[in-house]
Design a protein. Sequence first.
Length: 319
Amino acid sequence: MTAVLALFCMSVIPCQAIVFYGTSDSTHNTTAPTGIFQNSGWQYEGLYGAYLGTMIAPQYFITAQHFGTQGNTFTQSSIFNGGSDVTYNIDTAANSGMGYWDIAGTDLRILKINESFSSYAPLYTGASEVGLTLVTNGRGGPRGADVLVSSVLHGWQNGAADGNARWGSNKVSSIYSSALGDLITANFSANGTPEEATLSGGDSGGGVFVNDGGIWKLAGVNYSIDGRFDTNNTVGDSSDFDAALFDRGGLYQGSDSFGWSFVPNLSQDNPASFYASRISSNSAAIMSIAVVPEPHSAFLVLIAALGYVTQRRRITPQL
């Protein structure tokens, strides 16, 4: 893995917005996906402060740690559920007063609500994400100014965040072992998926879904992107920037604090990547906190209860 994780993300400055290869339209993919991406996870997202979280159990949602706590409510907005906004109250006394659970050695955080969700995302627990098409969800703004290398377009700088939720697609390129556990990686490609996208500021905490046997399952939580970038390696000239690049060639990557590395400008594109905390590697820890009732067991309890009621009705004398 030659890519360098974005220093602004590694320094816990959150990632910010879904950026598309195919369009700069700020209204693109701000409603529920259809066609091949229908029911691909959008319906399980909710607003947690300025970011997103994903419902994973009747009373639990998962998000990122690095942007900190974001208030005491979680809202399943009408844009996600197709109806009206539903606001849930976070159980701030959960986990002995912590108000959340952090999965050790990762950027994953789980929070509990006092009420119950009507639906929640299944978790991907397999080991075959690489090569699968993914759908990622985030909140921020569209792409900004062009990034040119010798007058040739290589991508776009991050635009101003607007707080709108968006979804986009990509493909899992690898699993990267980092200081914060396994991360799903996805390259921002000029010849990618139908809704090819990458991350930028405000996308942290959003869910990443893959299709497992016809069912879209939560496989990751948005964490970071490659960066920062500059046209030179001069320290202190304030010319560095964050960007969605389908080709990093001809630019410097790094930071003034830790140094810059030149990326050769070759005939083949060298795309930047985004990273999401992997669910599969942490599924046991997640499920030990976010308990999901066993459907079969619940059905048996219901049947037993109905049998008890029926039995009582049989012995109740008729008046």
